[in-house]
Structures are given as structure tokens and as C-alpha cells.
Design a protein around this ligand. Structure first.
Ligand SMILES: NC(=O)c1ccc[n+]([C@@H]2O[C@H](COP(=O)([O-])OP(=O)(O)OC[C@H]3O[C@@H](n4cnc5c(N)ncnc54)[C@H](O)[C@@H]3O)[C@@H](O)[C@H]2O)c1
Length: 348
């Protein structure tokens, strides 16, 4: 099988594990990495790939088909556009860009140069999310009434210190932009488009310029409604990270963080328990409820995501996390932020 020649730009917190994972992807030939911090050359050496300090030199000298951008958010559009102009397919970490205007510029450049964009919303490749989507969209809950999400955990103080202090600044920081964006993408993927949002936000506990807590109401195009409670300053495991075990760096247990409610059944996620009344003559809160479990094979979503990127480049698959998807997820997330600032609901 002909492998797809890939270059990686940015060997930081995310790019370094990405490089190691890319070496395990069957369809991928990770050829080189570019990183301004020369200390990271050791990662390239360890993996036996070429190292460049300057990404422009890498994309000029190497014969690549695609690039993975694991760069600070403000560089996604400018470097992405430069790579698109050289005809390279783009895998851009989330968020696609810090603003919708920049996302639009990147999407336009990709179209103009006939290259594909994939955005790093890896949860769409989680087998749990794939199953939840199948259950909800396949009507196994009946008509969707609504959904609740809790994302509550405690980030240690060090998360916001030193070179990472941008995470507490309004431009690009805060758990809405950094973390909630994943929940919003999941919701769009499983439940459909969101067309109205309203948020109450608070920074009362950490006193940072950005929020530490938010309570959000959503309306889906289908008419279903949803709520999200988000905090990064409470000892809790009721979060995606605390329940799914899909972030190997973080501690997790066996709770639930999402609840989907339909007219015929409800679904606890990620325990994947569907509850319904099995006997049509015994329906309602007086009766015991039946619980159905699902056996779901667990696979590494990052391997699936990068394998998909290679298969998109080979023309075998269409993007599951397209540039337009990343843009819409960003638009909804930024609207939540704006609603929190203005105290007004926002229609999208
Ligand atoms: N999908 C996820 O779950 C997830 C999780 C964390 C971060 N991210 C995203 O990944 C991206 C990177 O985040 P991070 O935490 O790794 O940041 P980081 O700051 O640790 O890494 C970015 C790297 O890019 C390098 N860099 C900067 N300018 C460069 C240039 N011109 N050429 C080459 N290298 C350059 C920096 O030196 C740094 O090593 C962000 O977009 C972030 O939102 C995604």
C-alpha cells in the first residue's frame, strides 16, 4: 500500500504525542517535523524523521501530500494558507482559528487550492460517540427531547502558570474556548445543528479575566433543547475526561457526563445505558424501567482520526470533521462566550 507523506508543524504539548501516534498509523509516512524550538529536535531524532526549524523550508524541500498543524491558534490560518498554496492537504488542530473571519480565509484558501481541511475534533472518532450518534440519529430514543452535559473538574494551579498563562487571558483562553468547544462539536455531531444559545458565566472562584464556570442553554434546529454546566474549579469526575478515559494523561472513573432524553428512551453516556419501558402496558414513573447495555470496542480516536486524514488525501473518504464543521463549532462556541458577556441570548 502506498503510504501518504505527511509533515508535522509544531512539536509542542499536542504535536509531540501526535508525532508518536502518526508513526503508528498504517497509511501514514511521517516524513518530517518543523518546530521553532530547537530543543524539540530530540523528538524528531527519536522517531527517525527529519527536523526543520523553519516550516517553509520543510514544505519546500520535502515532497509532502499533507501537513498536521499543531500550532498556537493564531498561526492556524496564516501557516495553513501558506501550506494550502503549496497544494498540501491540511489537518488543523482545534479550534480551526481564533475567529470566524480567519476560519473563512483558511477555508477559502483550501478551496482555491483544491486541498481538504480536517479539524482536530478527535472525539468524533471515539467509538462511544459513534455509537451515541447511531442511537440518537437512528431513532432508538424516539424523538430527541433534550440533552444535559456536565463538564466539571479541577484544573491544578500549574495549568495557568508560566508560559501557559495565556490560558487565563480573554484572547484565546478560558475553558469555553479551550474545552467546551469539544462538547459543542460532540453535540452538533450527535444531536444536530444548534441555532440559539444563552450563557451565564462567572469568574468568581479564580478571579481570572476569563470565566471559570458557565451554565449554558442551547436550542437545536430540531426543537430539542439542552443544558451544559461547566466548571474547572471543583473536585469532580463528572466530565468527558473524568468518565471516558480517553485522555491518558488524566485520571478517570466510571460515571456519566452526558444524558440524552428521547420520547421513547434515554441514554446515559459514556456508560451507554439505554433506559425504556419494555412492556407497553406498563409505561410511566410507577413502573420499573428496563436498562439495555451496549458492548463497544474501544479504539484510539487519534489513530482513527489520522488514518482518516490519510484516507481523505487518498480520495477514499470524505472529511468527517471538515473546515466548515470546525467553523460552525467555533461560531457556536464564540456565540456562547458573547452571550456570557452581554447577558443576551444569541440566535445563530
Ligand atoms: N484536540 C485536542 O484535544 C487538543 C488538546 C490540546 C491542544 N489542542 C490544540 O493543539 C494546538 C497546539 O496546542 P499545544 O497545547 O500543543 O500548544 P504548544 O504551545 O505546547 O505547542 C505549539 C508548538 O508550536 C511551536 N511553534 C510556534 N510557532 C511555530 C512556527 N512558526 N513553526 C513551527 N513551530 C512553531 C511552538 O514552539 C510550540 O512548540 C492548539 O491549537 C490547541 O488548541 C488540541
Amino acid at each position: 500500500m502506498e503510504k501518504v507523506r505527511i509533515g508535522l508543524i509544531g512539536l509542542g504539548l499536542m504535536g509531540t504525542p501526535h508525532a508518536r501516534i502518526l508513526k503508528k498509523v498504517e497509511e501514514c509516512d511521517l516524513v518530517a517535523a518543523a518546530e521553532v524550538d530547537e530543543k524539540q529536535k530530540k523528538v524528531a531524532e527519536e522517531l527517525g524523521i527529519k527536523f526543520y526549524k523553519n516550516y517553509e523550508e520543510m514544505i519546500e524541500k520535502e515532497t509532502l501530500q499533507g501537513v498536521i498543524l499543531a500550532l498556537p491558534n493564531h498561526l492556524h490560518a496564516p501557516i495553513g494558507i501558506a501550506c494550502a498554496k503549496r497544494g498540501l492537504h491540511l489537518f488543523v488542530e482545534k479550534p480551526i482559528a481564533p475567529s470566524v473571519a480567519e476560519a473563512d480565509r483558511l477555508i477559502a484558501a483550501a478551496k482555491e487550492n483544491k486541498v481538504q481541511i480536517l479539524v482536530g475534533h478527535q472525539r468524533r472518532f471515539s467509538s462511544l460517540v459513534e455509537k451515541a450518534r447511531e442511537i440518537v440519529t437512528g431513532g432508538q430514543l424516539g424523538r430527541l427531547v433534550g440533552v444535559t452535559i456536565t463538564w466539571a473538574l479541577l484544573k491544578p494551579g500549574s495549568y495557568y502558570e508560566g508560559p501557559l498563562s495565556w490560558r487565563k487571558e480573554q484572547k484565546g483562553g478560558g475553558p469555553i474556548l479551550i474545552n467546551l468547544i469539544h462538547e459543542i462539536d460532540n453535540l452538533r455531531y450527535i444531536c444536530g445543528e444548534i441555532d440559539e444559545v444563552y450563557a451565564q458565566v462567572s469568574n468568581r472562584i479564580r478571579n481570572f479575566p476569563v470565566e471559570d464556570t458557565a451554565s449554558i442553554t442551547l436550542r437545536f434546529k430540531s426543537g430539542a433543547i439542552g443544558t451544559v454546566f461547566l466548571t474547572d474549579c471543583s473536585p469532580s469526575l463528572t466530565s468527558w475526561e473524568g468518565t471516558t478515559g480517553e485522555n491518558p494523561l488524566l485520571y478517570s472513573d466510571f460515571g456519566n457526563c452526558y444524558n440524552f432524553f428521547g420520547t421513547d428512551a434515554s441514554l446515559l453516556f459514556p456508560q451507554m445505558k439505554r433506559r425504556y419501558y419494555a412492556d407497553p402496558t406498563k409505561v410511566g414513573w410507577n413502573y420499573p424501567i428496563t436498562e439495555q447495555g451496549y458492548k463497544i470496542p474501544r479504539e484510539d480516536p487519534y489513530i482513527k482520526e489520522f488514518s482518516h486524514f490519510c484516507r481523505v488525501i487518498q480520495g477514499k473518504e470524505i472529511p468527517r470533521t471538515s473546515g466548515e464543521d470546525g467553523r460552525r463549532t467555533l461560531e457556536v462556541t464564540l456565540a456562547i462566550k458573547r452571550s456570557g458577556e452581554t447577558g443576551q441570548p444569541i440566535r445563530l
